[in-house]
Design a protein around this ligand. Structure first.
Ligand code: SF4
Length: 355
């Protein structure tokens, strides 16, 4: 049976018409699918029983299942979601100050094999469909409402996978998240992160997207970057800079540089100098330095606090707009680079088992 959420609004209007229902049913049905986040036809209480039964016999309505919810000591919440085919992905809710940020996955696993990242060691299982990305946001928004009494303030595509290698479905999900018939979330509060797929950065620019872009740089020379991010071998830093300049020219959207500080690898003053050199070639930007959380398969360790401070001080003296992103949710493997569908044995479970 076709998936009801693969129908456009025009398709739904046509189906409603064919079913002999009044035209306004199309808007009611669409709202249940994309605004009220219904998880079954039975839940659609303002549709007549006969129409709900007809829908159930004509369409499949798969939704993500929440398998496990773990809570970190710092308040970070990690959800393990089960997809319809049994695969799993993770999404994280990060409360920090006034912000309630949802970090969502775009692929099950990842093909890019960055050597510091737990997801990279899983390999790619498959791309997520738009509704599977949308469901992560909708569930994390519901958890934010339950826990903090308010909606998400930010959404970042920094969970499992490379969003730009699942371009079409990520764009469709963002359309539903931002549209007034969907979650009506501001594009300016969405950030899509890429390991540097230059061809697709040009595409983002040409598509005039409204959201912000984050680039996982993590090393400022080709030699070092290629050692930890194989994608750099075919998408060099020079090509990346050109693509980012083009993106900024066409969109004027914020560009953030992400840089994980790895002990004795990319945390020296020489590395900081290389970063400044590259930073100066970029248009409007912010550098986020990220505290690393070691993952079992990776050889890397977190940079020492004193080295981190020296690195930041150097960047600040060079007038780099720099922020240190403290590690969040590390005790439940929810921090940056740690997502690998692991349930920590000592974690506080808010939910275990399928909904
Ligand atoms: S850092 Fe991102 S792109 Fe690299 S392996 Fe991990 S999920 Fe994939």
């Amino acid at each position: 049976m076709p998936n009801i959420r693969h129908l456009s609004f025009a398709d739904i209007q046509e189906y409603v018409n064919r079913s002999g229902e009044p035209a306004y049913r199309a808007r009611q049905l669409y709202a249940w699918l994309w605004q009220k986040h219904a998880v079954s036809f039975a839940q659609m209480s303002d549709l007549p029983q006969s129409f709900r039964e007809r829908l159930a016999s004509d369409f499949a309505f798969p939704v993500l299942q929440i398998e496990i919810i773990q809570q970190s000591l710092d308040g970070t919440v990690k959800c393990l979601f089960r997809l319809n085919d049994g695969k799993t992905v993770e999404g994280v809710l990060i409360p920090a100050g006034d912000r309630l940020t949802a970090c969502v996955s775009s692929q099950a696993g990842c093909s890019l094999g960055c050597t510091f990242c737990a997801t990279g060691y899983l390999g790619l299982q498959r791309n997520l469909m738009a509704e599977e990305i949308f469901d992560q946001v909708a569930y994390l928004n519901e958890i934010a409402l339950q826990q903090a009494g308010r909606r998400l303030t930010n959404i970042v595509f920094m969970g499992m996978g490379e969003p730009l290698l699942n371009y079409k479905q990520v764009m469709l999900a963002i359309e539903k998240i931002t549209s007034s018939e969907g979650l009506a979330f501001s594009s300016r509060r969405i950030t899509v992160s890429t390991a540097g797929i230059t061809k697709m950065i040009y595409r983002l620019a040409d598509d005039q997207v409204k959201f912000n872009l984050a680039v996982s740089l993590h090393a400022a020379t080709d030699d070092k970057r290629s050692q930890i991010m194989p994608i750099n071998q075919s998408n060099s830093t020079a090509r990346l800079i050109e693509a980012l300049q083009y993106f900024y020219q066409l969109t004027h959207n914020e560009i953030t540089i992400e840089y994980i500080l790895l002990k004795d690898f990319n945390d020296s003053l020489e590395d900081a100098r290389a970063l400044v050199k590259l930073y100066r070639k970029l248009p409007f930007k912010v550098v986020n330095l990220i505290e690393y959380n070691p993952v079992p398969a990776s050889p890397f360790q977190r940079a020492e606090a004193s080295t981190t401070n020296q690195f930041i001080t150097y960047l600040q003296k060079q007038h780099v707009n720099v922020r240190l992103r403290r590690s969040r949710g590390a005790d439940i493997d929810a921090a940056c680079g740690q997502l690998a569908n692991v349930v920590h044995p000592d974690a506080t479970l808010l939910h275990a088992g399928r909904q």
